[in-house]
Design a protein around this ligand. Structure first.
Ligand SMILES: C[S@@+](CC[C@H](N)C(=O)[O-])C[C@H]1O[C@@H](n2cnc3c(N)ncnc32)[C@H](O)[C@@H]1O
Length: 391
């Protein structure tokens, strides 16, 4: 990540930049520890820089929670600060070339892109945990009029699929690096023709990590169009029996079970299990009715007055509920005493949100650098944070 190491400089060098009211907005001093934060707004990006002071040098770099995806933005800002605050640089990596993996790819979607999405008349299918991507690529090549969304938690698989999309000149795949259980919550009702889940991890010892569950299946039924299908393939006897039970609970659906059904394309895992002579089960669930619309969009706004005492009284221990958690971290005060910042993590256990809460002038309180993604666990956590601050 881009950084500069400079000879120690006076706080006033940064305060002068803030006074100019251009790209440096505030300086925040930690209640404990030595790393200050500098709020930046530059070319439409809001983020924080860390200022780490030591005896012989000061390091300035982007903070992990808020840093923009585009590393060039961080480099430009660091160069501007070095020049305008007249810093003496000991060393920096600002002139090193960008790694290709950092470049934005138009086929990679962020979870935020799915908020309030409308696929209008598009035919859409989803593959959960695509692994090597062999099945997804095959389907996309053979169904050019369907948009295939692939969701994976394993980042190297994401990169591999993005390369394959380009090599095969495909235009009908979106790739999302997120937990499928949360993505599903955000998709519109009745929007998918197919959901493929091939060889999910059986998680026999940690069943709460399984993709298939009652709540997942209910969401799947909601997002499937009438006659839409969810296709689960597994080589695990245990997972098969478990899924059979889960699949038999919902109403308004039918399902069928097949043993050792051949597909036109064999995934990497399937090839391995076949070679070992294992049985492969296919469970296909068919949605039968139209589902109601779901409105998850919350504004994540706070309707409360806020002051430093309320922030200082927040619990230091994590709050853990069945379907969400909240943990407050480091606290900072603005150098001009107009408010402060508190680090906080919350939401689902699988994909926690890491944000800052900024309070200013006793009246405004908001998430930084932007509001959380509108998943049900984030909305529940937000409500609980508001209650904690509204005492
Ligand atoms: C056993 S592999 C199967 C891969 C591929 N479907 C195949 O048949 O070769 C399971 C895949 O699911 C992914 N996975 C596990 N849990 C997931 C989740 N909650 N959301 C998205 N992907 C997940 C894993 O990273 C892994 O790549």
């Amino acid at each position: 990540m881009p950084h500069i190491k400079a000879k120690p400089f006076l706080d006033s060098a940064i305060d002068e930049l803030i006074k100019k009211e251009e790209f440096c907005k505030f300086r925040a001093i930690p209640k404990r520890g030595a790393i200050e934060l500098l709020g930046v707004e530059y070319k439409g990006n809001s983020f924080l820089l860390e200022i780490k002071k030591a005896k012989d040098s000061t390091i300035i770099r982007a903070d992990k929670v808020s840093r923009p995806l585009n590393v060039e933005i961080i480099k430009e800002v660091l160069k501007k600060i070095a020049k305008e605050a007249n810093l003496t640089i000991i060393n920096s990596n600002l002139n090193q070339k960008l790694a290709k993996a950092n470049l934005a790819n138009r086929f990679e979607k962020q979870i935020e892109d799915f908020e309030g999405i409308n696929f209008s008349d598009k035919r859409v299918a989803l593959e959960v945990g695509f692994g090597s991507g062999r099945h997804l690529l095959y389907r996309a090549k053979n169904n050019p009029n369907t948009l295939f969304i692939g969701v994976e938690i394993h980042t190297p698989s994401i990169r591999q699929l993005l390369r394959q999309i380009e090599l095969n000149s495909l235009e009908n795949i979106w790739v999302v690096n997120y937990d499928a259980r949360l993505l599903l919550e955000m998709l519109p009702s009745n929007s998918l023709e197919k959901i493929f889940i091939h060889f999910p991890v059986p998680w026999d010892k940690k069943p709460h990590r399984r993709v298939i569950s009652d709540s997942f299946l209910n969401e799947a039924i909601r997002v499937l169009a009438p006659d839409g299908e969810l296709e689960l393939r597994t080589d695990s006897d245990n997972y098969y029996k478990y899924s059979l039970e889960v699949f038999s609970r919902p109403k308004r659906v039918s399902f069928k079970v097949e043993k050792n059904r051949d597909l036109e394309v064999i995934s990497k895992y399937e090839a391995r299990w076949r070679q070992m002579g294992k049985d492969i089960y296919t469970l296909t669930l068919i949605s039968q009715e139209k589902s109601e619309d779901k409105n998850l969009i919350g504004d994540f706004k706070f309707n409360i007055d806020i002051d430093e005492s309320k922030v200082s009284n927040l619990p230091k221990e994590a709050i853990v509920k069945d379907d969400y958690f909240i943990h407050f971290g480091k606290e900072y005060r603005f150098s001009d005493s107009s408010g402060g910042i508190i680090e906080c993590s919350f939401g689902s256990f699988e994909r926690p949100e890491h944000k800052y809460l900024i309070y200013k002038d006793n009246t405004s309180l908001y998430y930084y650098p932007q509001r959380p993604v509108a998943t049900s666990s984030n909305l529940k956590a937000h409500k609980a944070i508001e209650e904690l601050l509204n005492v």
